[in-house]
Ligand binder design. Structure first.
Ligand code: CUA
Length: 336
């Protein structure tokens, strides 16, 4: 193979490799496979713009390459002809981009209005409150308060009414749609209808301090009976004190004496408001805004050293023995 062909083959192989890397793998926060109407609207717009951009790219690059090859300096070639302006060319390359921009602007503006429309009558409301660094989800119509894991039924419009307790955050569950700022003293809104059952990852998308990257969430979309089951479970009061095992009862005592109740609420036991509501913490799959699995090991690791797991965490490290910690973990796991 001559060196020119070899170079060309090398470039082509590298490009193919780059393109193929986009095909494999699990990308839980990819916007390319939307699972709600909001996400699909944005995806459609994105694809429209990509096709226009691709067309422009091909036309411009073809013209460039043709010009490079056709008009290159060759030995003995005469000096090129000097041209001063061409009215036809000038008008056409002003008009063509203007027309393309209209074809991009119209669907863009239409998408902005559609994704910001008033929620339908039957929309379920979820209040989203951003905190450094976790998400609070309140269901005013259902009387449920939870954290970091939002459950919604598939096929049902959901309206998120969002505000922040401290600094500016941004709600982004890429497969469902968004993102949208979550601001103190203001209320913003996202309305979407999830169309598939599954667990969809989300993430704060506005830099909000040292643990911005640890401000994650999950949106669990269930079928209507799964969701109804969850609602029933969340509305059931935690087990009465008398029914706890001796280790769980010891854990409740630790919860009360180590100051946990100053910040956390557990229905009928504690009423703190600074940290996540723990009434049904056992029913969540993760803790600490999605950074640790909700297992005995994960809970113990978190309570032992919150700031070590999530830099800047407002939850203090409470001194306790390993035995007290194990009891506390057992108690928290009983809250499902
Ligand atoms: Cu909250 Cu970034």
């Amino acid at each position: 193979m001559d060196p020119k062909k070899r170079t060309l083959a090398g470039v082509a192989a590298t490009m193919l490799l780059v393109i193929l890397t986009a095909c494999g793998g699990e990308y839980p926060q990819s916007t390319l496979h939307p699972t709600a109407d909001f996400g699909s609207e944005i995806d459609r717009l994105f694809r429209t713009i990509v096709w226009w951009a691709l067309g422009v790219f091909v036309v411009v690059e073809t013209a460039l390459i043709v010009a490079i090859i056709k008009f290159r300096d060759r030995p003995g070639a005469p000096a090129p002809k000097h041209v001063h302006g061409s009215t036809l060319l000038e008008i056409s390359w002003t008009l063509a981009p203007a027309i393309i921009l209209i074809f991009i602007a119209v669907p863009t503006i239409r998408t902005i209005f559609r994704t910001d429309a008033a929620p339908p009558e039957n929309a379920m409301q979820v209040e989203v409150i951003g905190h450094q660094w976790w998400w609070e989800f309140r269901y005013p119509e259902l009387g449920i308060v939870t954290a970091n894991e939002m459950r919604v039924p598939a096929g049902q419009p959901v309206t998120l009414v969002m505000t922040s307790d401290d600094v500016i955050h941004s709600f982004w569950a890429p497969k469902l749609g968004g993102k949208r700022d979550v601001m103190p003293g203001r209320s913003t809104r996202i309305t979407f209808t999830p169309d598939s059952v599954g667990v969809f990852f989300g993430q704060c998308a506005e830099f909000c301090g040292v643990s911005h990257a640890n401000m994650r969430m999950r949106v669990v979309v269930e079928d209507s009976s799964g969701f109804a089951g969850w609602v029933t479970q969340e509305r059931t009061a935690p087990a009465a004190e008398e029914t706890l095992s001796s280790e769980e009862a010891a854990g409740l005592a630790v919860f009360r004496t180590k100051g946990c109740m100053a910040c956390h609420a557990i229905e009928g036991m504690a009423a703190g408001v600074l940290g996540p509501n723990l009434s049904h913490v056992g029913s969540r799959t993760t803790i600490a805004a999605g950074i640790l699995p909700n297992t005995a090991e994960g809970l113990a690791r978190w309570i032992r050293n919150p700031a070590g797991e999530k830099p800047g965490s407002l939850m203090p490290q409470m001194p306790m023995t390993e035995e007290e910690l194990a009891a506390l973990v057992a108690y928290l796991q009983s809250l499902n």
